[in-house]
Write a protein that binds this ligand. Structure first.
Ligand SMILES: Cc1cc2nc3c(=O)[nH]c(=O)nc-3n(C[C@H](O)[C@H](O)[C@H](O)COP(=O)(O)O)c2cc1C
Length: 351
């Protein structure tokens, strides 16, 4: 398998170089228009916040038929990436929540690949990403949609209102730069500060989202969340966001110990637990999407469901659409299956 992101290079080097593809992109099949978040789209297939840190990455993937493109999470201040390694392939021999173990390289079968990441949500400075979001938006075709993912950068002493104001500032800048939609990243397993698990505090999430709504006006607002501790929390969260947000994107990575076979933590002692992605999280992700959709229907909530988690073959995308997803995004798989949107469109123009 060929990888478009070089795991041995820093995040900054990858940002600079852009993706390397093994082949010229094949023609993208024409598909009928649909709507997502009330906007026209060529398909409801895309890429989640992560693999696309700038226009160098977003635009080549847009040309390969991914129509919902999420600009990797940005901040109101520049933030460097954690040291290497940031991304490792793993094998999942102790599901569902035991450790995963680092392997030298991925198996030569996209349906079998799991990995783990620990980047720390690096960000370019706002003046850099705001200009680049403008450029990205200008490069997209009709029926393609740009979501900009944002997060606050609190200090130990930041108050909730400061965190909310920071989220809102980033959201306002994203809209001003041309984002069709904004995603608030309320979940990141790889940061220790308050922004990493905000979705687990429903009152705090509501305060943040209310302020973001004021900042973005009628621009669609998505909330990126992780696994809920139980169905009651899930229901409370969704009901609390109804009327403020337009949808939820789930799931972010699932946090598990990421180890070498000799027991050493892959990302260093500070991050024994890190975000696991790919095949290892597909089944639980489908289950959460299904439960969330059922709750939305049962409670009559106006929220769209954006599914993420281990989709690397057409069948995985179908799992999510069957579970009631309004759109399906891939996180890690476009790194090793960059033509997945083309395959999906060939077989399922209705997606
Ligand atoms: C390289 C990489 C970086 C990521 N960075 C972010 C991020 O900045 N913000 C975010 O919300 N999710 C981030 N994610 C998580 C993805 O959006 C997605 O939730 C996760 O990869 C699970 O999907 P997958 O199993 O299809 O990979 C990242 C994922 C990858 C692969």
């Amino acid at each position: 398998m060929h990888f478009t992101y070089d795991l041995h290079c820093t995040w900054e080097e990858n940002c600079e170089c852009g993706p390397t593809f093994a082949d010229e992109s094949t023609a993208v099949p024409e598909t009928p228009m649909k709507t997502f978040l009330g906007l026209p789209v060529r398909s409801r297939i895309g890429i989640a916040a992560g693999l696309l840190p700038n226009s160098r990455w977003v635009l080549p993937y847009a040309h390969r038929g991914f129509d919902i493109l999420t600009y990797k999470t940005v901040r109101s201040v520049a933030r460097s990436c954690y040291p290497l390694p940031n991304w490792v392939f793993v094998e999942d021999t102790e599901p569902p929540d035991g450790p995963v173990f680092v392997v030298e390289t991925a198996r030569d079968d996209p349906a079998a690949v799991s990995s783990a990441v620990c980047f720390g949500m690096p960000s370019a400075a706002p003046e850099v990403w705001r200009e680049d979001v403008r450029k990205t938006r200008a490069g997209l075709g009709y029926g393609q949609l740009l979501i900009v993912s944002v997060v606050a950068t609190p200090s130990q002493s930041s108050s909730l209102s400061e965190i909310a104001a920071d989220f809102a500032q980033c959201a306002a800048w994203a809209v001003e730069a041309g984002a069709h939609a904004v995603e608030a990243n309320l979940s990141c397993p790889n940061v220790c500060s308050a922004e990493g698990t905000l979705y687990q505090d429903i009152a705090a999430s509501r305060a943040v989202v209310r302020q973001m709504r004021e900042a973005v006006g009628s621009t669609p607002l998505l909330l990126k969340v992780g696994i809920f501790s139980n169905d009651i929390r899930m229901r409370q969260f969704l009901n609390a966001m109804h009327g403020l947000a337009n949808g939820v994107t789930l799931v972010n990575c699932i946090s598990r110990p990421v180890l070498h076979r000799d027991g050493r933590p892959a990302f260093g002692p500070e991050f024994v637990q890190a975000g696991v992605l790919g095949r290892a999280i597909h089944e639980p992700s489908v289950a959460v999407v299904h439960a969330v959709k059922q709750c939305i229907v049962a409670d009559g909530l106006k929220l769209e469901v954006v599914a993420v988690g281990g989709a690397s073959i057409v069948r995985d995308m179908a799992d999510f659409f069957d579970a009631g997803a309004d759109a399906v995004l891939c996180g890690s798989s476009p790194m090793y299956v960059p033509n997945l949107a083309i395959d999906c469109k060939r077989m399922h123009p209705e997606w």
